[in-house]
Design a protein around this ligand. Structure first.
Ligand code: DAH
Length: 339
């Protein structure tokens, strides 16, 4: 066989050589490219060729070498990249290191649920400041000058001023006043937010908590409208439950009531929550006192309205079976991640 024929045969062999796994790459190198490999053998033979032929054969041999080298390099590349992917220091079966994106606080979840129930019947969400003056937190809401709720024991005062004190708001009812001062009826709003009271911290009470206030002012609003709205809310939030209204007193509503829902006494927790009665107080409500409407510049001979206020924390604890209110504010992610 002439050298030229040998070149052709080797070219064919190399291109048909199957490299389908890592070990075959080395096998290929040994067979074709090593010192004792077939390509080198041809080069040895080529040394003996005389002048005339040498030029053309040399060219062909160099082309062959390039072809074999590039086959080898391609195979090496292919298997080294798979090797890298499955390299020993990475366990491909481990779950990916996902970003932690956090979760909504249970109070926010409950707040959002309550809002979306009331939004369906036309309530807007409104907000007010947490540092409040005496007028919005007490006076406009018909609290008498010496009302015990103004007492230092309940209220965190921020600043004492001759014209009035500034305090951390003790309830979200203050936002009602602001709203009535700057908008005119009809008003239908929900006012969620944090409130503060100087109380001993325990498993069941905290020095700050969350309320959601409701207000509806228009012509001919009646107590029947209030009851119907609250029936609707309870059925949406708690499911079909028995509820009852008990007469109560708030300076800013007349008549006033508290609403209870029936949990029963079947479980120990229900017994404890309801102090054995089966009934749990959920909110305070009533018809907005005409004095309050007048204090806010609304004509009480033309407009009436109802208001209600409920604590979000208690409802959250009830829904999720949280036994200690303080857990919700320790910012322990292991607790918060459960919701
Ligand atoms: N502000 C009351 C409280 O903090 C709750 C409340 C009762 C709000 C009756 C109202 C209402 O709007 O009508 O205890």
């Amino acid at each position: 066989m002439s050298i030229l024929e040998k070149i052709e045969t080797l070219k064919q062999q190399a291109s048909e050589h199957i490299i389908d796994q890592q070990e075959k790459v080395e096998e290929f190198r040994l067979k074709f490219l090593s010192k004792k490999g077939e390509l080198n053998e041809l080069f040895e033979e080529f040394k003996k060729v005389s002048g005339e032929e040498k030029k053309e054969l040399g060219k062909q041999l160099n082309i062959l070498r390039q072809q074999i080298e590039s086959l080898y390099n391609d195979a090496k590349e292919k298997f080294s990249s798979t090797e890298k992917k499955f390299s020993a220091n990475a366990d491909e079966t481990l779950p990916v290191n996902a970003y932690k994106i956090g979760s909504l606080h249970p109070i926010s979840i409950v707040k959002n649920d309550i809002i979306s129930i009331f939004e369906k019947i036309g309530f807007n969400v409104e907000n007010g400041p947490e540092i409040e003056d005496d007028w919005h937190n007490f006076t406009a809401l018909n609290f008498a000058e010496n009302h015990p709720a103004r007492d230092m024991q309940d209220t965190f005062f921020v600043e004492k001023k001759p014209k009035g004190n500034f305090a951390l708001r003790t309830h979200t009812s203050s936002v009602q006043v602001r709203l009535m001062e700057y908008t005119k009826p009809p008003i239908r709003a929900l006012m969620p937010g944090r409130v503060y009271r100087n109380e001993d911290v325990s498993a069941r009470s905290n020095c700050f908590f969350h309320q959601i206030e409701g207000l509806y002012i228009d012509e001919n609003v009646s107590f029947a409208d209030l009851k119907q709205t609250l029936y609707y809310f309870v059925s949406q939030f708690f499911g079909e439950r028995e509820i009852r209204f008990r007469p109560s007193y708030f300076p800013f509503t007349e008549p006033s009531a508290e609403m209870d829902i029936y949990l029963g006494t079947a479980t120990e927790q229900d017994k404890r929550l309801t102090k054995g009665t089966g009934w749990l107080e959920i909110l305070g409500c009533g018809m907005v006192d005409p004095n309050v409407l007048e204090n806010c510049g609304i004509d009480s001979s033309k407009y009436t309205g109802y208001a209600f206020g409920m604590g979000i924390d208690r409802i959250t604890m009830l829904r999720y079976g949280i036994k200690d209110i303080r857990q919700m504010f320790e910012n322990d992610v292991r607790f918060l991640e459960q919701f």
